[in-house]
Ligand binder design. Structure first.
Ligand code: PMV
Length: 334
C-alpha cells in the first residue's frame, strides 16, 4: 500500500511576536504544498527520500543509493528531523514500533522562509503515515501531533503553524485556543528576501528588549494585540470587499511599523514592503519572525504590478492564494 498526503504552507497575517506574550494572532494556509508518499519497507527502519525540499543554496543530488549534499547541510538535516519525529510519533500512536516505513518528500515551500515548511512537512508526514497504519485521526488531532513534533525538534512553539497547515483557511489563535474564521479570497503577493532569519534568535532578541524597557515595549505588544482584534472584526464583518481590503491594508501597515520598532525588520524586508506599497498594494508587512524570510502585500487588482516591483527590489515574488484546504490525502494505492 502507498499513500500520498499533502499539507500547505502558511503566512501569519497579523500578530507575530506579540503572540509569544499571550496576544492573539491570525494566520492563513496558502496554496504552496509539501507532498509526502509513505509506504512500508521490509527493513524495519525509517527511510526518508528528500526528492526536492527547496533549501536555499542547497543542492541535493542522488546517484543510486548515495545522496550528495552541497552547501547548507544543517538546514536539510533539520527538515529531516521533523519527518523522523513525525513518523516515530505516529508509529507510537498506532502501536507499530519497528514497522519499516519509507517516505518520499517533494515540496513547493522554501525552507527557512517563515512560510511554515517544517510544520507542513510534519503534518503531511503524519497524514500519510497515519493513513498507511490505519489510524483514524481528525485534522485537529493531526495538528496537535504536529505541534508535538515541533516541540520535540525546536523545544518551543506556539502551535499555530501545524494547526493552520492541518486545518487550512484562516485561524485566529489566542493562548492555545484556535478559532476557524470564515474563508475568503485575499489577493496577496508574498515576497521572499532570499535569506532566512532565525525565529529562535529573533524571539530572544524581542524578549531581551522587553525585559530592558518594558514601559516602551509593552504598549507596542498591546497595540499589536488590538490590531489583531480589529483585523478579526473586519474578517468576520459583512462589509463591502473594497472597504474590507482597505481596512486590512491599513492594519497591515501599522503592524509592520510596530514590528520594525521591535527591531525584526531588515533593510531588504523594508525595501520589499515599500516597493509593494508604491506599486499599489493597500498594505504590506513582514510575515513570520522577520530578520529575512518573507513579507506579504494585499494587492487587489495589482498583484502582477506588485510582483514586478518586488522583483525589481531584489526579492522573489509568489502570487499565491489562501488555501481553504489543510491536510489532504491525495491518493491511496493498493
Ligand atoms: O518563523 P515563523 O514564520 O514560524 O514565525 C514565528 C512567529 C513568532 O511569533 C515570531 C514566534 C511564535 O512562536 O509564534
Amino acid at each position: 500500500m502507498r499513500v500520498l498526503a499533502s499539507a500547505p504552507a502558511k503566512i501569519i497575517l497579523f500578530g507575530e511576536h506579540s503572540v509569544v506574550y499571550g496576544k492573539p494572532a491570525i494566520a492563513a494556509a496558502i496554496d504552496l504544498r509539501t507532498y509526502v508518499w509513505a509506504e512500508f519497507n521490509d527493513s524495519g527502519a525509517i527511510k526518508i527520500e528528500a526528492r526536492d525540499i527547496r533549501v536555499p543554496g542547497l543542492t541535493v543530488s542522488f546517484s543510486e543509493d548515495e545522496i550528495y549534499f552541497e552547501s547548507d547541510y544543517g538546514r536539510a538535516a533539520e527538515v529531516l528531523s521533523y519527518v523522523r519525529q513525525a513518523i516515530e510519533l505516529v508509529r507510537d500512536e498506532a502501536d507499530a514500533n519497528g514497522r519499516g516505513i519509507t517516505v518520499s518528500i517533494t515540496s513547493q515551500i522554501p525552507v527557512g522562509a517563515g512560510l511554515g515548511s517544517s510544520a507542513a512537512v510534519a503534518v503531511a508526514t503524519i497524514g500519510a503515515v497515519s493513513k498507511l497504519l490505519g489510524l483514524e485521526l481528525t485534522k485537529e488531532e493531526i495538528g496537535k501531533l504536529g505541534h508535538r513534533v515541533e516541540l520535540l525538534v525546536q523545544g518551543a512553539s506556539s502551535g499555530i503553524d501545524p494547526t493552520v497547515s492541518a486545518i487550512g483557511g484562516f485561524i485566529h489563535y489566542e493562548k492555545g485556543n484556535f478559532e476557524h474564521l470564515p474563508f475568503m479570497e485575499l489577493p496577496i503577493v508574498v515576497g521572499y528576501t532570499g535569506s532566512s532569519g532565525s525565529t529562535r534568535e529573533l524571539v530572544a532578541m524581542v524578549k531581551q528588549t522587553r525585559e530592558e524597557m518594558p514601559d516602551v515595549i509593552e504598549p507596542i505588544l498591546a497595540a499589536m494585540g488590538r490590531i489583531v482584534g480589529r483585523a478579526r472584526d473586519v474578517l468576520l464583518s459583512d462589509l463591502d470587499e473594497e472597504v474590507r481590503f482597505a481596512r486590512l491594508g491599513r492594519l497591515m501597515n501599522i503592524n509592520h511599523g510596530l514590528l520594525d520598532a521591535l527591531g525584526v525588520s531588515t533593510k531588504k524586508l523594508s525595501e520589499l514592503v515599500y516597493a509593494a506599497r508604491t506599486a499599489g498594494a493597500l498594505g504590506a508587512k513582514i510575515t513570520g519572525a522577520g530578520g529575512g524570510g518573507c513579507m506579504y502585500a494585499l494587492a487587489p487588482e495589482k498583484q502582477s504590478e506588485v510582483a514586478t516591483a518586488i522583483t525589481i527590489a531584489g526579492g522573489t515574488p509568489m502570487i499565491t492564494r489562501i488555501s481553504g484546504e489543510g491536510l489532504r490525502v491525495e491518493e491511496v494505492l493498493p
